[in-house]
Design a binder for this molecule. Structure first.
Ligand code: ADP
Ligand code: MG
Length: 477
């Protein structure tokens, strides 16, 4: 398997980055130090040579040549106080011949001075040059001595560059050893630092491997750190929380669905089995089939509602956008519900209905209002009333469905819009399955509206639906 740059672990990448940057800095810095050191050393050597040459040149001008050349070493001792150490000095006459010479250098054979620097000296210029082989190099100054503007003789002072070379070699050695060592240590240190700070990533990875739908209790623990990785772990934990919640909801939902379908199926099965046990007359069969049909209708309704909610949740529920006249719609629904209300002994009243037009899906709005009005009738004891009225409020159509029914406790009111939620846990057959308000809420929201509830237990409830008024319509009557 080929390892590309992308596969390299981050800890190595980080370490390599540190290393490369440091290497660059160290190398540039070392080159600079080396050059600076070499130049300033060379400069100080040249300055020393120049000062000796200067002293000589001024003393030679004042003295007569033969005395000097007779005993050059004595002369030098007189001028400098002692014999110059580690130096090589010679005086050339105007024709370029060596007049006097002294050497305190370890090597006896002196390399030849270049012709060019002599030439330069004759034309009155001072020059410096480095001659000789490596390990035996000399730095030499060639300085003309002038009298009345004419070059009369030339002074050459040289010094061995052995020490200079040695110092540079030492410096180079220090650099060659310390740079790789530093780099190596940085690489190792960088690797361990990166590894340490990236440890939570590995923890997160391991935790993620362990997590499945069956153990969403698992949490990533990064020991309370608040840096980027701590936050990443926190985000991850929050995501698991949400996943757990939705898994729980799905589980609960499946349980609820099975529960709701089990009862009608059991009734169907029981009745059918009993019916089949012996021969029965026509009327008896009719009664049983009618009872079975009721159960089938009940199941059809549940499945219908579930299908609606599932489509709604998957966002593939089309919503028509037509003008809907609320007054007509509500009157029509009340007419339909009258029979049911009468059966229950509840008075269904139409209060003031403002002339309001909203934009939306008439079928769905009808479904929503039927759900709410039906609830009002269902949860109101005989003798009570359910009243419907509509008005305009803050640019919204407000439809109130008010009953004098059993009301909803503060505990339950938070949940009544949840699927399958019923305040009455006994799951009495005549109450619904608890999907009506979930559907109604979805329909209201799909129309950019909302449903609010106010309720007093044993006194009654008011469900207020708010829907945006069709633009261009003034509203109110
Ligand atoms: N008008 C009301 N008065 C009292 N309780 C109500 C009323 N409307 C709804 N509820 C409570 O809210 C629950 C959920 O309502 P809904 O979703 O329509 O389910 P369902 O009508 O199938 O029971 C009901 O079971 C009931 O407990
Ligand atoms: Mg209902």
């Amino acid at each position: 398997m080929k390892i590309s740059r992308m596969d390299l672990p981050i800890k190595w990448k980080l370490a390599l980055w540190y290393g490369s940057i440091l290497a660059l800095v160290l190398i540039v810095f070392s080159i600079w130090v080396y050059i600076y050191f070499r130049n300033s050393l060379e400069h100080s050597i040249d300055m020393k040579l120049k000062s000796i040459a200067d002293v000589l040149s001024s003393s030679i001008v004042d003295t007569n040549a033969p005395t000097i050349f007779g005993n050059f070493e004595r002369y030098l001792e007189n001028v400098f106080g002692r014999k110059p150490k580690g130096k090589f000095i010679q005086i050339l006459d105007a024709s370029g011949k060596i007049g006097a010479k002294m050497s305190d250098l370890e090597t006896q054979t002196l390399p030849a001075v270049s012709y060019r620097s002599l030439e330069k000296a004759f034309s009155g210029e001072i020059s410096y040059e480095t001659i000789g082989e490596k390990g035996n190099r000399l730095r030499i100054i060639t300085l003309p001595i002038k009298e009345n503007g004419k070059v009369v003789s030339i002074v050459q002072v040289g010094t061995s560059l052995e020490e200079f070379d040695e110092s540079l070699t030492k410096l180079m050695m220090v650099m060659l050893i310390s740079i790789p060592t530093t780099l190596f240590l940085t690489l190792i240190g960088g690797y361990f630092l990166a590894k340490k700070s990236l440890k939570p990533v590995d923890q997160i990875r391991k935790a993620a491997i362990k997590i499945s739908s069956s153990n969403l209790e698992e949490r990533i623990d990064v020991g309370g750190r608040r840096d980027e990785l701590g936050k990443l772990a926190e985000t991850f934990n929050e995501m698991i929380d949400r996943l757990r919640e939705s898994f729980q909801r799905i589980n609960q939902f499946s349980t609820d669905v099975s529960h709701e379908l089990k009862t009608p199926l059991a009734i169907l099965k029981g009745e059918t089995e009993v019916a089949l046990r012996k021969e029965r007359d026509k009327e008896e069969y009719k009664r049983i089939l009618k009872s079975n049909l009721e159960e089938i209708n009940r199941m059809t309704k549940i499945i219908d509602d579930l299908l609606f909610l599932s489509k709604a949740e998957n966002k593939n529920m089309p919503i028509a956008k037509e003008p809907v006249i609320l007054q007509d719609l509500l009157t029509d629904i009340c007419l339909d519900m009258k029979m049911y209300a009468q059966q229950k002994g509840v008075e269904l009243e139409i209060g003031n209905l403002d002339d309001i037009c909203v934009e939306g899906d008439e079928l769905k709005l009808r479904r929503m209002f039927i759900n709410i009005i039906e609830n009002g009738i269902k949860y109101t004891n005989p003798g009570g009333t359910v009243e419907i009225r509509s008005s305009v409020e803050d640019g919204y159509a407000r439809i109130d469905i008010k009953d004098t029914g059993i009301g909803i406790s503060e505990n339950d009111i938070k949940y009544i819009f949840d699927r399958f939620y019923r305040a009455d846990k006994s799951r009495k057959r005549e109450t619904g399955v608890g999907l009506g308000l979930s559907i109604s809420k979805w329909i209201a929201e799909a129309h950019n509206g909302k449903i609010e509830v106010k309720s007093t237990p044993h006194k009654g409830s008011v469900f207020s639906v708010k829907l945006p008024i069709l633009s261009g319509q003034k509203g109110g009557s």
